[in-house]
Design a protein around this ligand. Sequence first.
Ligand code: NAD
Length: 257
Amino acid sequence: MSLSGKTAIITGSNSGIGLGIAWELARAGANVVLNSFTERDEDHALAREIADETGTKARYIKGDMSKGEECRALVETAGACDILVNNAGIQHVAPIDQFPVDKWDAIIAINLTSAFHTTAAALPMMRKAGWGRVINIASAHGLTASPYKSAYIAAKHGIVGMTKTVALETAEEPITANAICPGYVLTPLVEAQIPDTMKEYDMSREDVIKNVMLKRQPSKEFATVEQMGGVAVFLASDAAAQITGTTISVDGGWTAL
Ligand code: NAD
């Protein structure tokens, strides 16, 4: 499957899953737009590296996905959007009665509301091009819950619901909307949760990984960012043209439990 000539925007893609997805979409021939809220030489260097290695056009556009106008400006500045990957996300772990209000607001804004704004801005471009793919990075936590992650789980369940609505609104068009639901993938976001969880459960790093994080992942292995990219390429392919409004779990069996 060649995605040659298609433009993919991946929010929150200077690290982790977003960067992995950008690499795989570019390897499949798509031009990619990387994004995060920073404006550093290394952000642009990531785009240059992808362009040099894959021969596609890749660029980095700064945009803070906690701000609606910057979400819409990202899509407008890119100028085209055939494949939209809503990936930007943050996490905070705390019991709900101690959950900081600013963290709740930021998680809902970045993990959920940003996808509303980017999708609203991208759909007219997809309709004009006569083809489109919306790929939302939800989570196993979009289908099931764990304690201490109320905002994240609310946002991820929310984005699964929004995915279904976008699929129904585009059902008679050559546009699909789906959500990928990863289990644990070892990225900076997951690394950052380890110290808090160690404190919460009074456990060593190894015990947190084995007995807390991967406890519910029956494969006992982290999924990889390359695997997330492979699923995104599949969802962008012709084989997936009739797959819409659904979730694909990449969680080592977590949601089968
Ligand atoms: P990560 O921290 O490596 O990446 C998050 C990305 O979002 C980074 O590029 C970061 O710069 C960006 N970002 C954060 N705030 C932003 C903002 N305000 N504006 C623009 N960009 C912003 O984490 P990750 O694990 O790669 O997570 C990516 C997505 O995958 C998230 O939506 C996360 O919820 C989801 N996810 C991750 C896992 C996992 O185990 N790693 C599991 C399920 C779902």
